[in-house]
Design a protein around this ligand. Structure first.
Ligand SMILES: Nc1nc2c(ncn2[C@@H]2O[C@H](COP(=O)(O)OP(=O)(O)OP(=O)(O)O)[C@@H](O)[C@H]2O)c(=O)[nH]1
Ligand SMILES: [Mg+2]
Length: 324
């Protein structure tokens, strides 16, 4: 049973169920995603990334409250949170937390990042699309961002907020260098700590060295514990949204995403087909034996497998491509 109506009418239960379908890669998910696509594209998605414990969740809690005050509906995906989403000052403040999760205009969902079919990034994006179709104005994706796959997640968002903190030592250098690629807005959180002005200065310098660009990521000092600076952070995101919509960037990012979406789905299906083909092969180990003994070779086996999968003949050999 498809529950498109219920989802687009904002039923949290229907949305939660649909997300579970997507997470488990159930057949209903594919049908639903096809049917819902036409109702997506309205939400603005914001990826929040940064080192573990930087205060991402604390900031998101405050941001959600401000967006709600502006009358916006907000959905949050917390990918593989190492600490509960409801961190920071709000943790323990049960009444205010209850406000947030019982608010009809707020939807929060955690997702594990391990063992996901088709990659966490694509799946997170699919969940974001469901939230978009459900009428949420803002979709926040929080991810611990240091590794490649985490940074990849934010490539699926319209805007990325990079959360930095003072005093993380040298391993932060790599992330600092990365800000030029991933941060549309930069929050220097834990501004109550020593070194935050120095970090802001360092980041400003790195941005200046990169030369003039159409959009220079603003750097905002914040405190996840008190909410200080979060208003400016939300305003900076709104500014970026304005730029995103008025410039070519918005269309470029969204087109890039559709390309990635298509490619990742084809990849998923080919992976699955390969698994099925190998599983259905009675002589798989014999093929491996042949390679071991040197009477066969892995490339030839691979080519025969592709034929078996029904796509072998369609893949052009490298030597037939790009011939003048
Ligand atoms: N001193 C100080 N502590 C903060 C600030 N913001 C957050 N914290 C604390 O830092 C810790 C981590 O906060 P979280 O919001 O859970 O951080 P996170 O980045 O979401 O953490 P992960 O999702 O586990 O990577 C908590 O104990 C917060 O109370 C801040 O501005 N100043
Ligand atoms: Mg967190």
């Amino acid at each position: 049973m498809l529950n498109i109506e219920a989802i687009s009418q904002g039923s949290k239960r229907a949305l939660a169920r649909a997300i579970t379908w997507v997470e488990n890669d159930q057949p209903e998910a594919a049908q639903l995603m096809k049917a819902l696509h036409g109702q997506t594209g309205r939400a603005f998605s914001v990826g929040i990334t940064g080192p573990p414990g930087a205060g991402k969740s604390s900031l998101v809690n405050w941001m959600v409250k401000l967006w709600r005050r502006q009358g916006l509906r907000v959905a949050v995906i917390a990918v593989d949170p190492t600490s509960p989403f409801t961190g920071g000052a709000i943790l323990g403040d049960r009444i205010r937390m209850a406000d947030l999760t019982m608010d009809d205009g707020v939807f929060i969902r955690s997702m594990g990042s391990r063992g996901r079919l088709g990659g966490i990034a694509a799946q997170t994006f699919a969940v974001g699309k469901l939230m978009d179709a459900a009428g949420y104005d803002i979709v926040v994706i929080e991810t611990v961002g240091v590794g490649q796959s985490e940074v990849e997640i934010v490539e699926w968002a319209d805007a990325t907020v990079l959360v930095m903190v003072p005093g993380l030592g040298d391993d932060i250098q790599a992330i600092k260098a990365g800000i030029l690629e991933i941060g549309d807005v930069i929050a220097v959180n834990k501004a109550d700590r020593d070194g935050s002005d120095k970090l802001v200065a360092e980041l400003e310098m790195m941005l200046s060295l990169a030369g003039p660009r159409d959009w220079r990521p603003p750097i905002v000092k914040t405190e996840g514990t008190t909410g200080a600076g979060v208003e400016q952070l939300v305003a900076a995101i709104a500014d970026f949204r304005g730029y995103f919509q008025a410039s070519r960037l918005g269309e470029e990012r969204r087109r890039g995403r559709i390309r990635r979406e298509i490619v990742s789905m084809v990849g998923q299906r080919i992976d699955r087909l390969l698994e099925q083909t190998v599983a259905g092969l009675s002589g798989w180990e014999r093929l491996v034996d042949g390679c071991l003994a040197g009477t066969d070779d892995p490339l030839s086996v691979a080519e025969r497998l592709l034929v078996e999968m029904g796509i072998g003949r369609k893949i052009r050999q490298p030597d037939t491509i790009d011939r003048p």
